[in-house]
Design a binder for this molecule. Structure first.
Ligand SMILES: N[C@@H](CCC(=O)N[C@@H](CS)C(=O)NCC(=O)O)C(=O)O
Length: 311
């Protein structure tokens, strides 16, 4: 089997979502540690510009965004499913809400001054300043949610999540679904990276018990890989064929066009390449890179903007 390579760093909540999914599916993986801030030259040799964390690599196929990465891992190892049929729709909707709305409130709460002090304990002041400036640039200068709003929003979201746990062990039933992995990671950051702020979880003991169950899933086994080795693997591999996929055109952009794909918020570095596939749910670009060779970079349609490059 093509090695599963995760490009990530330990403190990334979205990476924790994928590490736990790998654990749930008992998939062994390779771990490439990437920088927390720009520049990320080895990552962008693979993605062509996309800089968010994490990124999944299977040979010369590069998958951006955890909603797509979760789908790919579920296809690779269908059991246990992340999308149990009886809750397929609702689990995806809760996951989307958690990855966007809960994540925003939780991180605004986690990154209040006490939280920053805890996350960056022992880190030189210059590095902390560089991190704060990098994230402000990613938000295009927009500030995080004010602390008062973050506090009331996060508390109310915790109460809603707790309500969902009153009759079963996981959010949508007796077994985990994608909803659990998406709701867990922002709360994991509160509990593990900003423990001095974790008292907010005390009002919802059902959540604390559920978090212990989620943590127990673990990350299965991983082996460290250097970023240059990952680039070599891409260079030595051919991307999977996509010419058999049904073309769904929502933009009036033909396959074979030179295009860019850009996240619709937070981290607006575009990836440019040839549009080689567009299905109902995902878009694929082919790129040539001096170091990585020919790669296919895959994005979900949700949350990304496709544009034709004018000649
Ligand atoms: N929608 C994206 C969000 C990913 C995201 O925001 N990741 C954060 C880290 S948890 C990030 O990219 N931060 C900036 C960076 O790592 O450069 C996904 O699901 O993968």
């Amino acid at each position: 089997m093509t090695p599963i390579i995760l490009h990530h760093y330990p403190t990334s909540p979205f990476a924790e979502k994928i590490r736990l999914i790998l654990g749930y599916k008992q998939l062994a993986w390779h771990s490439v540690t990437i920088p927390m801030i720009m520049p990320k030259p080895d990552l962008t040799a693979l993605t062509g510009g996309y800089r968010r964390t994490p990124v999944l690599q299977l040979g010369a196929d590069i998958y951006c965004d955890t909603s797509l990465i979760a789908e790919v891992l579920d296809k690779l190892q269908p059991k246990p499913s992340l999308y149990p049929p009886s809750v397929n729709g609702v689990s995806r909707i809760v996951a989307q809400w958690a990855d966007s709305t809960v994540f925003a409130a939780a991180m605004a709460y986690n990154f209040q001054p006490h939280g920053i002090a805890s996350v960056f304990q022992g880190v030189p002041e210059e590095a902390v300043k560089a991190f704060i400036a990098d994230r402000a640039a990613m938000r295009g200068g927009a500030s995080r949610m004010p602390l008062g709003e973050a506090l009331s929003t996060y508390k109310s979201q915790l109460r809603r999540l707790s309500d969902m746990l009153s009759e079963h062990d996981f959010l949508t039933g007796d077994v985990p679904s994608i909803a659990d992995f998406s709701a867990y990671h922002p709360l994991w950051f509160t509990l593990e990276r900003t423990p001095n702020l974790a008292g907010i979880l005390d009002a919802t003991p059902l959540i604390k018990d559920w978090m212990a169950r989620m943590k127990a899933i673990g990350h299965h086994t991983s082996h460290k890989l250097k970023s240059v080795e990952a680039i070599d693997i891409a260079k030595q591999t051919k991307p999977e064929l996509v010419s058999n996929l049904a073309f769904v055109d929502e933009h009036g952009i033909a396959l074979g066009s030179e295009v860019t794909i850009t996240a619709d918020y937070f981290g607006l570095e575009p990836t440019q390449g040839i549009l080689v596939a567009a299905t109902k749910t995902r878009l694929t670009l082919q790129r040539e890179d001096e170091r990585a060779g020919t790669t296919h970079v895959h994005f979900p349609r949700n949350g990304f903007v496709l544009k034709k490059v004018s000649p």
